[in-house]
Design a protein around this ligand. Sequence first.
Ligand SMILES: CC(C)(COP(=O)(O)OP(=O)(O)OC[C@H]1O[C@@H](n2cnc3c(N)ncnc32)[C@H](O)[C@@H]1OP(=O)(O)O)[C@@H](O)C(=O)NCCC(=O)NCCS
Length: 149
Amino acid sequence: MIVRRARREDYPAFAAIEAEHPGYPAWGEKGFAAEEENRNSVTLAAEVDGKAAGFINFWVLRPQVQLNTLAVSRAGLRAGIASALLGKLFEYASKSACTEVDLEVNEHNAPAIALYRARGFEVVGKRPKFYNNADAALLMRRVLPPREP
Ligand SMILES: CC(C)(COP(=O)(O)OP(=O)(O)OC[C@H]1O[C@@H](n2cnc3c(N)ncnc32)[C@H](O)[C@@H]1OP(=O)(O)O)[C@@H](O)C(=O)NCCC(=O)NCCS
């Protein structure tokens, strides 16, 4: 597996991955393309056997990084792909002297919450009825150690 910057040709595969997870807020090809206009936005692809098997998008807003979307193809689940994508996010955060990573996750999304806890995130808040005026969002944060001078 390699993790690299996403390219326009990846967007159909990203949209197909989103479609494999009904209920997950999908950006669609246009959503990923729109991020190209935002200079703080980073989209990465995890490539397995030459095919995009997962993606992540985040904004580098020093001193914070905001994780916006992350998903992995059903065929690639539990193989460390999301962890590898998050690992790259942490590298970007560290290089950009960011000290915290923030995200929102549906309170019922147990796999994602388990992933984030395993990677050092803690729940720091809750937004009631955030998703479709029904499910709450948990706000999760990982504080990063300051960079060595
Ligand atoms: C959440 C998601 C990104 C995890 O991707 P993944 O590549 O399967 O995750 P990893 O293989 O890197 O898992 C790392 C750790 O997270 C936890 N984890 C991941 N999926 C889990 C699950 N279904 N149940 C329990 N723990 C889980 C485990 O601790 C796992 O380590 P382990 O496999 O050694 O036990 C994936 O399930 C997904 O794409 N879901 C739909 C989209 C989504 O909900 N994204 C989150 C947005 S907030």
